[in-house]
Design a protein around this ligand. Structure first.
Ligand code: VGL
Ligand code: ZN
Length: 203
């Protein structure tokens, strides 16, 4: 539909098997996302895009290990293995993703001191990426979400999209999750409460 955008979140090498922050089965969604592109006239890709030494990396915090938490000025932050360093092979899209079909690529997480899971706002929930303005100017009213990871960047994007007033559909079969300490169940209940429609239940 012409007022619907397909958002493909972070289908990058580092989130696929063999990558620095590999999501189980992350590569299995690529062909389905490629096929779904044929049904959309507005296609946006996002790319997690961190400077070396980013504050979300455990390696930037003395004595901290990946998956531990720290308090940042904007709230609690999970510490991750170094991943998606701008310009690296790990930050590149999965080689089979049809990047040619996308009209817009949003890079996020490029400020040293703040992480950005959502395609719309950084983790302070205030600093905009510019995607909302782009979608508004293209007359988009609905978004369909796919990509990695269901319980972090996809969920944060879905929740922000709902808050901004878009009709939001999550293609759960075209997403894969990290599932850290119950984060998938938590993300799903938050998305359901926000009115996000979940389609293509993945079992
Ligand atoms: C993501 C953790 C850190 C994601 C990005 O794409 O879900 N997760 N950076
Ligand atoms: Zn990241």
């Amino acid at each position: 539909m012409s007022n619907t955008a397909l958002l493909v979140i972070d289908v990058q090498n580092d989130f696929c098997p063999g990558g620095a922050l590999a999501v189980a089965g992350g590569d299995q969604i690529v062909s389905g996302i490629n096929a779904l592109m044929d049904a959309h006239s507005c296609i946006v890709l996002t790319q997690d895009w961190h400077p070396a030494g980013h504050s979300s990396f455990a390696s930037s915090h003395a004595g901290k290990a990946p998956y531990e938490m720290v308090d940042m000025p904007y709230g609690a932050q999970v510490l991750w293995p170094d991943h998606c360093v701008a310009g690296s092979q790990g930050a590149a899209f999965h080689p089979d993703l049809r990047t040619d079909a996308a009209q817009m690529i949003v890079r996020k997480g490029f400020r040293h001191a703040i992480d950005s899971y959502s395609a719309f706002f950084e983790n302070d929930h205030t600093t905009a990426t510019g995607l909302h303005g782009y979608l508004q100017e293209r007359g988009v009213k609905s978004v369909v979400l796919t990509g990695l990871a269901t319980d972090f960047c996809v969920a944060y994007s879905a929740l922000d999209a709902a808050r901004l007033g878009y009709h939001v559909t999550l293609r759960e079969d075209l997403c894969r999750a990290i599932d850290l300490n119950g984060s998938l169940a938590e993300a799903k209940s938050q998305m359901q409460a926000a009115g996000v429609i979940c389609e293509g239940i993945f079992t």
